[in-house]
Structure formats: structure tokens, C-alpha cells
Design a protein around this ligand. Structure first.
Ligand SMILES: C[S@@+](CC[C@H](N)C(=O)[O-])C[C@H]1O[C@@H](n2cnc3c(N)ncnc32)[C@H](O)[C@@H]1O
Length: 197
């Protein structure tokens, strides 16, 4: 049971430093999380994975890899972001191949519903970025539509990112299969000076 009075997470306490925080949602087997944390020791990286089996798998990998800037949390990311993440406290969200359930009957289980899009926006720092990738074109269009209702600058791409971020497990598999993949980044507008926030 979660009570409204429960405190929001203090990233500095969790990681033991005040570095910028990246959050990966739905980390699966954790390849991106580990590689990203290794490539960016100047950032803190949290993976949220709701399947205990995979969260444990990642925790084991993290323990072996000795990455002090990475953590994994086993929980529903939509709940965690809505209830426990402070306003403007996340530098980047990474949302890669989030929905294995793209059929109509699975609509309710989809992550990117309007409430969640709003929570991602609320918790991103000004200038912060949401990275999105999926292999389902219709889902991509729906997620872009959802996010486009918020003040984000949107950039679509045929490649993961210009800086060549590490691939995720699903991404590697889908690329080998020759599937079409869809990518976009959403950058939260910085308020202009004098603008009311
Ligand atoms: C298709 S897999 C992709 C895994 C990884 N991102 C990749 O690209 O290899 C989607 C992952 O998201 C997780 N997931 C789905 N909904 C979630 C939620 N609400 N909160 C946290 N994790 C979630 C699933 O358990 C699964 O591991």
C-alpha cells in the first residue's frame, strides 16, 4: 500500500552524490543500463523493471560489474514516476521497446497513456530529454501523438541517436531480424527568461 504522504525519492541520498540522473523504463535484461552507466560515470542511472525475474537478473549483473552509479528498482514505472519522482529532477528518460503488448485487447497495459506522458514531462529537467524507440509503427505514431500534446521539441530519426548510444537487447535482436525500427527524442523546452512556469 502506498500513502500519499510517502516522501519522494531524493536522488542524492539514493546515489550518494548530486550528479544528473538518467532513468531507463523497462530495462529487460539490462544491457543498455549497464553499458550506459559504464559509458557515463558522470551520471547516475536508474533502471525500473516490473518483472522480478529480470530485475533480479539486472541486480546480479550490477553486483558483478561494480557500477556505483547504477541501480535497479523492481516496480511499475508509471507508479514510481507519478508518486516518487520530484518535479524537474531527471536529466533523461530512456524508453526502449516498452510495450510487448501492442494488440487492441492490451491497450490498458500500455505505458504511454496521457497521464504517464504528463508525469514524464513534469519530472524532466528543463532541457531534459526523453529517448523513445519501438518496432511497432502504429505504437510509435500513437506515442508521438501523445507526447506532442506537451511542450516538447520532437526529433525523429532512423538511427538510435547521433551519439551512438549502446543498443538494447531487443534492439540488437530486431536489427538482426531486419525489422524497421522507429526512434524519436523529445526535449523539454527551457522556459524563456521572464516566462511564468
Ligand atoms: C519488450 S521489453 C524491452 C526491454 C529492453 N528495454 C530492451 O529494449 O531490450 C519491455 C520491458 O519493459 C518492462 N515493462 C513493461 N511495462 C513496465 C512497467 N509499467 N514498469 C516497468 N517495466 C515495465 C517489461 O517487463 C520488459 O522487461
Amino acid at each position: 500500500m502506498i500513502f500519499a504522504s510517502q516522501p519522494q525519492v531524493n536522488w542524492s541520498e539514493l546515489f550518494g552524490n548530486a550528479r544528473a540522473v538518467d532513468v531507463e523504463i523497462g530495462s529487460g535484461k539490462g544491457s543498455f543500463l549497464l553499458s550506459h552507466a559504464r559509458l557515463h560515470p558522470e551520471r547516475n542511472v536508474l533502471g525500473i523493471e516490473n518483472q522480478p525475474r529480470w530485475a533480479r537478473w539486472i541486480a546480479d549483473r550490477l553486483a558483478r560489474a561494480s557500477l556505483p552509479n547504477a541501480r535497479v528498482l523492481c516496480a511499475d514505472a508509471s507508479l514510481v514516476v507519478a508518486r516518487f519522482v520530484r518535479d524537474e529532477s531527471v536529466r533523461a528518460y530512456h524508453l526502449y521497446f516498452p510495450d510487448p503488448w501492442w494488440k487492441r485487447r492490451h491497450h490498458k497495459r500500455r505505458l504511454m497513456q496521457s497521464d504517464f506522458a504528463g508525469e514524464l514531462f513534469r519530472t524532466l529537467e528543463p532541457g531534459g530529454v526523453l529517448h523513445l524507440a519501438t518496432d511497432v509503427e502504429a505504437r510509435f505514431a500513437a506515442m508521438v501523438d501523445e507526447l506532442a500534446t506537451l511542450p516538447f521539441a520532437v526529433a525523429r530519426s532512423d538511427e538510435p541517436t547521433p551519439d551512438g548510444r549502446p543498443l538494447t537487447n531487443f534492439e540488437r535482436k530486431y536489427r538482426l531480424e531486419g525489422r524497421s525500427l522507429y526512434y524519436a527524442t523529445f526535449t523539454k523546452h527551457r522556459p524563456r527568461s521572464g516566462e511564468i512556469r
